[in-house]
Design a protein around this ligand. Structure first.
Ligand SMILES: NC(=O)c1ccc[n+]([C@@H]2O[C@H](COP(=O)([O-])OP(=O)(O)OC[C@H]3O[C@@H](n4cnc5c(N)ncnc54)[C@H](O)[C@@H]3O)[C@@H](O)[C@H]2O)c1
Ligand SMILES: [Zn+2]
Ligand SMILES: [Zn+2]
Length: 363
């Protein structure tokens, strides 16, 4: 079985043969059909996020269940599934209140199986799996709770994107911020995640959707996904331009789909008094941002974070699939380029240089 492994930060992924142990109790083995190239993988590759290595990266994917271990009831061989990169034990406080993205019911490290062992080995060494899945691989053994069955009409590259950028971006708008029809929305960063914030705002009926990026080709995509206005942040001041478009007041909502000090402050400065700023993009682990507490109080601003768009995978992934199949979500337009697993490092070059909306490894 071939998989793309990161052995050391700031080195390319190595596509190599690994030994895979079969599905144990509560686990399933999935033949991966497509896996998206997301900036979160890049955060591990470039050392922004320090995680134990070697690790198979990849967390935005879909595939077919091949076999299941004892006690698995939520999926069966032949099912088409989207991988969820968060656990859902079903019993902890967060699972019980419908916020399974925050599930804390498992005690083992998030790059090993729930029993604390690994399913992958190479040259006698354990290989970790990103988020317990690690989908840049021909085959994945993972806890069955991380698999969500979907309609079989869903095409594979599009299904893969339902595993991260689509729910994250759309959910940030509809589940986390709960943007209402007629609202004004700013989105900073128009990669796979930001473009889905843009189309989430369109779905929610926002009146004004202002998309910001440093690259004109990304702003072109943003217009296609529903942006009413665009700002090239390399030439224009984001906060001043947003104020100009909103009668001097600021927007009702602003989303940071990049992550970092500067963009956290930009979303806070772009919203009106009483508005909501949402952090969707994920900064390097050690970044802090100096907010102004006086203005937060005086202007009653809200700042929130969202993980995975605060979705409920079992309910929301199939709903998003229905929306796509009904023609109401643009996902074909996200898949700008496809790769073979052996070409995965080209996928990260295209991500870093902003050439694509999303690149997808197709198996
Ligand atoms: N919260 C979550 O659950 C979650 C899920 C997935 C991804 N993420 C995070 O979201 C972020 C975006 O991911 P992605 O895959 O869309 O990335 P991406 O690389 O595809 O897109 C980032 C975009 O931001 C633009 N950009 C960079 N700096 C900018 C600046 N200063 N001003 C304006 N635009 C700028 C780039 O040109 C690019 O278009 C990453 O940090 C990723 O880790 C978070
Ligand atoms: Zn992702
Ligand atoms: Zn739980």
């Amino acid at each position: 079985m071939k998989a793309a492994i990161l052995y050391k930060a700031n080195t390319p992924l190595e596509v190599v043969d690994v030994q895979q142990q079969g599905a144990q109790t509560g686990e399933a083995r999935v033949r991966v059909k497509a896996a998206g190239v997301c900036h979160s993988d890049w955060h591990i590759m470039n050392g922004d996020w320090t995680l134990p290595l070697p690790m198979v990266l990849g967390h935005e994917a879909a595939g077919i269940v091949e076999d299941v271990g004892a006690g698995v009831t939520n999926v069966k061989p032949g099912d088409h599934v989207i991988f969820s990169f968060r656990p859902q034990c079903g019993r902890c406080l967060y699972c019980s209140i419908g916020r399974s993205i925050l599930c804390d019911g498992h005690q083992t490290a998030r790059w090993m199986m729930l029993d604390g062992t690994c399913r992958l080995k190479r040259d006698g060494q354990d290989i970790f799996q990103m988020a317990r899945i690690g989908t840049f691989a021909e085959s994945v053994v993972c806890p069955a709770e991380m698999l969500v069955p979907i309609r079989k009409e869903m095409p594979w590259p599009q299904a893969a994107l339902m595993g991260c950028c689509v729910p994250t971006g759309v959910g940030a708008v509809t589940r986390c911020a709960q943007v209402e029809a007629g609202a004004s929305v700013v989105v900073i960063g128009c990669g796979g995640v930001g473009l889905n914030v843009v189309q989430g705002a369109r779905l929610a009926g926002a009146r004004l959707i202002v998309a910001c990026d440093l690259l004109d080709n990304k702003l072109e995509y943003a217009r296609e996904f529903g942006a009413t206005h665009t700002i090239n942040a390399s030439r224009q001041n984001v906060v001043d331009t947003v104020r100009g478009l909103t009668g001097g007041r600021g927007a009702d909502y602003a989303f940071d789909a990049i992550g970092g000090e500067a963009t956290t402050l930009q979303i806070l400065d772009s919203i009106r008094p009483g508005g909501t700023a949402v952090i969707v993009g994920m900064a390097a682990m050690n970044v802090r941002a100096p907010i102004t507490p006086y203005m937060m109080a005086l202007q009653e601003k809200t700042i929130r974070g969202t993980m995975y768009g605060s979705v409920r995978p079992n309910i929301d992934f199939p709903r998003l699939v229905d929306l796509y199949l009904d023609g109401r979500l643009k996902i074909d337009q996200l898949v700008s380029r496809t790769y073979r697993l052996e070409e995965i490092n080209e996928g990260f070059t295209a991500l870093r240089t902003g050439q694509v909306a999303r690149g997808v490894v197709v198996f």
